[in-house]
Design a protein. Structure first.
Lengths: 277, 283
């Protein structure tokens, strides 16, 4: 039964992807045309040109910081909802999930208004005496990080909610009944049990951030370039298909490498701990 | 001593947790509230003011026809994406969970691929494919509504597969065996047992598919043309180039529509199904 949809998917997806990746091994000749010869010129250029390397590093940096920030907010929120015994739990969760249904363009636009020179944020900061000059967040890495968090937070809460639900409440209650403090319960019970799921969830959030286009483009305001934004500009403004394809391959490979490395590291950590115990 | 420590700590932990909760809601909803608030303020071409100083609907009256057209195109695309992804996704999920095909893992991976590949990359590749296929078949495919619709169907289908698979995996297949052994034909079993069971997953998946299509920028931005430009792309280019304050008003309408749609679907399938199946592969 899965055959006809599979055929459609293969033509559209695999076909388009292989066409695209093959293109990265040709040279751009301008006006969207590419050379016939197979070469590695684009890859050499990306991996040696400071501009492209900077962009790659920026992408990894803002994605990592945004992932960390998202997890730090999402975990307590998901925990409170998962452990709540009233009807309110579902309503709160629905409120969080509902916010993810609104397109990120609209939400990024809202953030741009809040971040403006005379916007809410600056008026609050100046009113509280925290700063004398308006803080510039649009077009900075901090602004992009906030935009990415706006994009990922709702999904992260939903993800961590189902993770925490798999950890029996009784473990924590038992530890607490024996006098463990909340902090100790968190460190010795909750965190170790949640760590594998947290790592996988964190990687999903990281992957989302690495590929995020809309929020990065709008809040970066052309001054912060992440790879997805650069890829779009390479096509729309420079019409260099091969170069864009090369950047896309670099983005995909970087994401894959970081994922593989983290999972490997986590496995080693766990076997290490088992050996000590 | 110890009892005192617990008593002091418990409220502190609770206060911390609720503070984070309030901040999370503020963070998620502030951008939308600012847009809705600013949309009610001032003349159609004035500056953005929040909180609004005088309430008028001038900006709503000034929404140009082009924005309504873009919203309509987005609605059409989202309905096509929801419909097609159900038609493709339900048999695919059935095949993936029940089928005995060798290489099921590979097939599942291909279906999930649109979730893993950065959306910008998908957008460019769809554009290239539309050029290639258009050239081969002598059609004007690039920049057409058809190309947009096909692209949206591909990015939306994994969500239906995800929700229906999630339901099928927890489905007790003995229900079907019982019906079969009581003499029902396979088709009758499918219609009277299987379909009712997967229905909530189908609705939830269709909602996700609709929303993914309705909110997409990175894929559509490559496939859109002045003739067919979905609403999110229209706002995106409005924000990057010439800003029109009536965007505030139309964006508020879209926000209200999204919440209303979720409320309706929630009524039909129940909140639990929506939330339980939602974690299965959204991005």
């Amino acid at each position: 039964m899965a055959l006809p949809p599979l055929v459609l998917f293969i033509t559209v997806l695999v076909g388009s992807q292989s066409l695209f990746i093959a293109g990265s091994f040709h040279r751009d000749l301008g006006l969207g045309r590419t050379s016939g010869a197979w070469e590695l010129a684009n890859y050499i250029r990306v991996l040696t040109d400071g501009l492209y390397l900077d962009c790659l590093l920026t992408t990894v940096r803002v994605s990592a910081v945004a992932t960390l920030g998202t997890l730090l907010i999402a975990f307590p929120v998901a925990y409170v909802i998962a452990r709540m015994r009233s009807r309110w739990a579902m309503l709160l969760l629905a409120g969080i999930v509902a916010s993810t249904f609104v397109t990120i363009v609209v939400k990024a636009f809202g953030l741009m208004i809040i971040f403006a020179g005379n916007g809410l944020l600056n008026r609050a900061l100046i009113g509280l005496g925290l700063t004398a000059e308006p803080v510039q967040l649009l077009g900075t890495e901090t602004g992009v990080v906030v935009g990415l968090m706006q994009f990922t937070l709702g999904f992260a809460v939903l993800l961590l909610y189902s993770l925490i639900q798999t950890i029996p409440r009784s473990f924590e209650e038992a530890a607490q009944a024996h006098g463990a403090s909340r902090l100790r319960v968190f460190r010795r019970i909750l965190l170790p049990l949640a760590l594998p799921g947290l790592t996988v969830g964190g990687l999903m959030i990281f992957n989302m951030s690495m590929g995020a286009f809309t929020s990065a483009a709008l809040l970066g305001a052309g001054r912060v370039l992440t790879l997805p934004v650069l890829i779009q500009q390479t096509i729309m403004m420079q019409v260099k298909y091969s170069m864009a394809a090369t950047l896309a391959v670099v983005l995909l490979v970087t994401v894959l490498l970081i994922n593989a490395l983290s999972l490997l590291l986590m496995r080693r950590m766990r076997t290490g701990r088992r050996m000590i115990a | 001593m110890r009892r005192l420590a617990i008593r002091l700590e418990a409220p502190a932990g609770r206060v911390f947790a609720w503070t984070v909760m309030a901040l999370a809601f503020l963070f998620l909803y502030a951008p939308m509230m600012v847009i809705a608030g600013a949309s009610l303020n001032g003349s159609a071409h004035g500056a953005i003011v929040f909180p609004p100083s005088e309430l008028t609907l001038a900006r709503y009256a000034a929404i140009p026809a082009s924005q309504y057209r873009a919203i309509w195109i987005s609605l059409e695309l989202a309905m096509i994406a929801a419909l097609v992804s159900v038609l493709i996704g339900v048999p695919a999920a059935l095949g993936l969970v029940r089928g005995t095909l060798p290489g099921k893992a590979v097939v599942a991976a291909i279906f999930r691929a649109p979730l893993q590949i950065p959306a910008v990359v998908l957008g460019i590749t769809f554009l290239q494919l539309s050029y290639a296929v258009g050239d081969a078949l002598n059609l004007d495919l690039a920049g057409s509504f058809t190309a947009l619709a096909i692209g949206h169907c591909v990015i939306a289908t994994p969500y239906v597969i995800g929700t229906v698979t999630a339901i099928l995996q927890r489905f007790d297949s003995r229900l079907e065996e019982a019906a079969l052994s009581l003499g029902a034909s396979p088709w009758r079993v499918f219609r009277r047992v299987t379909v009712p069971v997967i229905m909530p997953g189908l609705y939830a998946g269709a909602l996700y598919a609709f929303m993914v299509s309705f909110s997409d920028v990175p894929v559509s931005i490559f496939l859109a043309s002045p003739d067919a430009s979905p609403y999110p792309v229209e706002i995106f280019s409005g924000l990057e180039q010439d800003f029109d304050p009536s965007i505030l008003a139309s964006a508020t309408l879209v926000i209200v529509f999204c919440f209303a749609l979720m409320l309706v679907v929630q009524r039909v399938v129940g909140l639990e199904t929506l939330l339980r199946t939602g974690g299965s592969g959204r991005r």
